[in-house]
Design a protein around this ligand. Structure first.
Ligand SMILES: [Zn+2]
Ligand SMILES: [Zn+2]
Ligand SMILES: [Zn+2]
Length: 149
């Protein structure tokens, strides 16, 4: 878990002028160890295991800060009020979600470089990342899929 000390995200924090606190490091370690999606409750539970002295308010503040810095993005699944956080590795994240069973299928190659360039030119905005969500019904949940009830 201590490998968060060598994380590129620590550099993002420092260059944005933020101190690298124990709470921020612990939250980063949890997020980096997590390959997929994690709720704030999940982050709190794992941070507690790393360092029980870190309070949940500090975890929430760290999650807000990391969102502001573009390190993570909140996603809202199934109209839930509680966000699920995803790490924006390389500045982007993409997945397909099954609306029936909530299964996630992650993928890397989005091919959106041209779209990004177009948006930057036409809107004059420096794009720092994107979150792409496709939704539909997975093979297991399609009508007629075997193994269903
Ligand atoms: Zn995802
Ligand atoms: Zn499904
Ligand atoms: Zn992408």
């Amino acid at each position: 878990m201590s490998n968060a000390h060598h994380s590129p995200h620590v550099e993002v924090l420092k260059s944005a002028g933020y101190r690298v606190t124990r709470a921020r490091l612990a939250v980063l370690a949890v997020l980096e160890a997590e390959q997929g999606h994690i709720t704030s409750a999940g982050v709190i539970a794992q941070v507690e295991r790393i360092d029980p002295t870190i309070g949940r308010a500090s975890v929430f503040r760290a999650l807000d800060l990391f969102t502001q810095l573009g390190i993570i993005r909140p996603t809202y699944i199934d109209t839930s009020l509680t966000p699920t956080y995803v790490m924006m590795r390389g500045g982007h994240h993409h997945h397909v979600i099954c609306t029936a069973c909530k299964s996630f299928f992650e993928f890397e190659d989005c091919g959106l470089e041209a779209v990004t360039g177009n948006l930057e030119r036409t809107l004059g905005i420096k794009i720092s990342g994107h979150l792409l969500e496709f939704f539909g019904v997975c093979a297991d949940c399609l009508p007629g899929a075997s193994g269903g009830s």
